[in-house]
Every structure is written in C-alpha cells, then in structure tokens.
Design a protein around this ligand. Structure first.
Ligand SMILES: [Zn+2]
Ligand SMILES: [Zn+2]
Length: 352
C-alpha cells in the first residue's frame, strides 16, 4: 500500500515535504540590486569598472545592462533560467531597468520581474584629464645618423608610434597617448603619456628601421609621496635603410632588415643572406634603391651575363645576371648605375 503524502503548507499532493508550488512561492527566484551606478567619461566614453577606467565601445544602455547583469542572481533550483534586461531612459542621468526572469521550478513554469534604478555619473577619466593637462612621462627623440631622417622614415616613425600607442592602450596602459609630435632640428620628438609606451615605441622603431637607443631620466617632482620621473629615449636611426642597395664586403646587397646591431642583407647576385656588422654597415657604399632603378631592354644573355640597352646611350651593355632572374631577349630588367658599372637587380620578392 502506498502512503499518500501531502504538502504541509497547502495540503496538496506532494511526495516529499513541501510541494513545488509552495517552495516556489516561498523562494526568492530573482536576486536583483535596487540600484546600480555607472560612471562614464564624457570625453572618450570609457567607463569605470571596479575602480578602473576601461575603454568602452558601448552605449550607456549597454553599460547599464552589463552592470545590472553582473549583479543579478537566480535561485539554484530554477532550471533553464532566462534573464532579459531592458533599459529605459528617464532623463539625462536616470534610467529604469526592468529585469525579467523565466525558467522552470520543479515541474512548474516560473516567472519574476524586478525594477532597478540606474544612475549615470559623468566624470572625466584619468587619461582625458591628463591629456587635457599637458601631462607627459616620456619623450622619444628620433634622430638620423647624419642629419635628419628622411621623410619616409619620419612618416614610418609616426605610423609606428600611433599603432604602438593603440596597442599599449588596448593592453591596459591608460596613460598611453601621444601628447605632441614636435618637429625639431635633426628629427622629431614624440611627447608621450607613459614611459612603458615610450619604450615600446622605441623598440618597435628599431625593429622596423634599425638603429640604437639609449634612455635617460630625471626627477621632476613628487606626486602622492612618490618621486615623479621623466624619461627621455633617444633612437638614432642607422645610416642604411631597408630596401637600399649597397656595396659592402665586396658584393652588391639589398638591405633587408635590422637585428640588434646587425644589418641583415641579401646578395643581389645569388640571393644569399649576409649580415653586416656595425663597422661593415658604416663602410657600406649606398648604390641606390629600387625606386631609383632604371629599366633596360634585354638583347642577349647567357647563364651568367645579360646584355641590355642602356636607355641613356642606346648602347648594349652587359652585366652579371642575378641567379633568380629569368629574363631573356625582349624582357625588361631593372638596374642601377654604380661608378660606371651596371648593377642588375634581382626580381622583387613578390615576383619570385
Ligand atoms: Zn504546497
Ligand atoms: Zn576619458
């Protein structure tokens, strides 16, 4: 015989103590705060989360939704809980948030709704207030080896600075910003919000353009009981540039990139790689670069030598054929002049 069990609260059938309905009525299904506050910088739109400013590419409504969602709790016996949050604007700083919860409690469908008041505070973030206050921590001075860097190098430098600044900011360095770019005699000065950012920029410039760097700092005062330093990082670009054709160690080479103090080159003739030491690089003669190359029409050739028409004299001249250059009569080749000799350039990388 089965003992008929009943719910002690409502008297309905229930195998084990309280029935689902009574348990649900007594339980707190949706746990919601009465109010939330979000702080937004009116200048850049970043938001203050757990005491830290963070970039936010979201609307105020989204920020409020996230803030409420972070604090909503649901009863652990509720199966398949579904929370939906909608935000309604009351005025410039006040919003009303309705939180709707649906799920299944035991066998019974359950639902609950709650209203949260949201307040938006506007406060200028540390980054924006420092930018406005002309704050800076570091200066990266970019200089040439002999005279000012070229226009291309300066353009490249600024591009690297911008990309690195964005990268540092995305990695959480809130003081990563470019306060000012000053054109000075012999190069440019990048005036920067953060020392870390300055070091990262100096490294990135050297990775790309080569050169050497040195750092110095000086004490400029005290803030909140701590010494405040300003760092100056000098980046001196190398004499040679990537893409230049040079004569070094008895061969013609194309400068590829820089690795620390070494210059990484490839031989024009056979494509083999070669490193130039600081001294070799200092002694290297610059022949030109691809953009200054002339074009000539091949008239004859064998494995080692190509004969082509010099567009200046209209005479056939001959020069060594780079191993990877598959040109024959009727084809155009690129060449540079060097002290009365012709230097045929190998195919560009993308053509190999
Ligand atoms: Zn009951
Ligand atoms: Zn801001």
């Amino acid at each position: 015989m089965n003992l008929e069990s009943v719910c002690p609260r409502c008297g309905g059938p229930s195998p084990l103590g309280l029935c689902d309905r009574c348990r649900m009525e007594m339980a707190n299904l949706l746990d919601c705060p009465d109010s939330v506050e979000v702080t937004v910088c009116p200048v850049c739109g970043s938001t203050l989360l757990r005491g830290r400013w963070q970039d936010a590419e979201a609307t105020v409504e989204d920020l409020i939704t996230d803030a409420v969602a972070a604090e909503v709790g649901t009863h652990r016996d509720l199966a398949n809980p579904e929370v939906s949050i909608s935000v309604r604007r009351k005025n410039a700083t006040q919003y009303l948030v309705s939180v709707h919860l649906a799920g299944t409690f035991g066998e019974i469908p359950a639902e609950e709704e709650s209203i949260v008041a949201a307040t938006v505070r506007r406060a200028t973030c540390e980054r924006c207030s420092r930018m406005a206050g002309n704050y800076y921590e570091a200066i990266v001075q970019v200089r040439g080896s002999k005279g000012a860097p070229s226009k291309e190098e300066l353009k490249e430098t600024q591009k690297i600075a911008e990309a690195t600044t964005d990268y540092c900011l995305s990695r959480g360095d809130r003081l990563s910003f470019v306060q000012e770019v000053r054109e000075v005699k012999g190069g440019i000065d990048l005036v920067l919000g953060s020392t870390q950012q300055g070091r990262a920029i100096a490294r990135a410039i050297q990775d790309r353009l080569g050169g050497i760097s040195g750092e110095s700092y000086r004490l400029v005062g005290m803030k909140d009981g701590k010494n405040v330093y300003r760092t100056t990082i000098l980046v001196r670009l190398p004499r040679l540039r990537a893409g230049e054709i040079v004569r070094a160690k008895g061969a013609f080479m194309e400068v590829r990139r820089f690795e620390g103090k070494r210059t990484f080159c490839s031989s024009l003739l056979d494509g083999h790689t070669a490193y130039l030491s600081e001294e070799d690089a200092e002694d290297a003669l610059v022949v030109g670069d691809r953009s200054s190359a002339e074009r000539g029409l091949v008239v004859a050739g064998d494995r080692d030598v190509l004969e082509f028409l010099d567009p200046e004299s209209y005479r056939a001249v001959s020069a060594s054929r780079p191993v990877h250059l598959r040109a024959g009569p009727g084809d155009e080749i690129e060449f540079l002049r060097f002290r009365g000799d012709m230097v045929i350039l190998p195919p560009r990388d993308e053509d190999v």
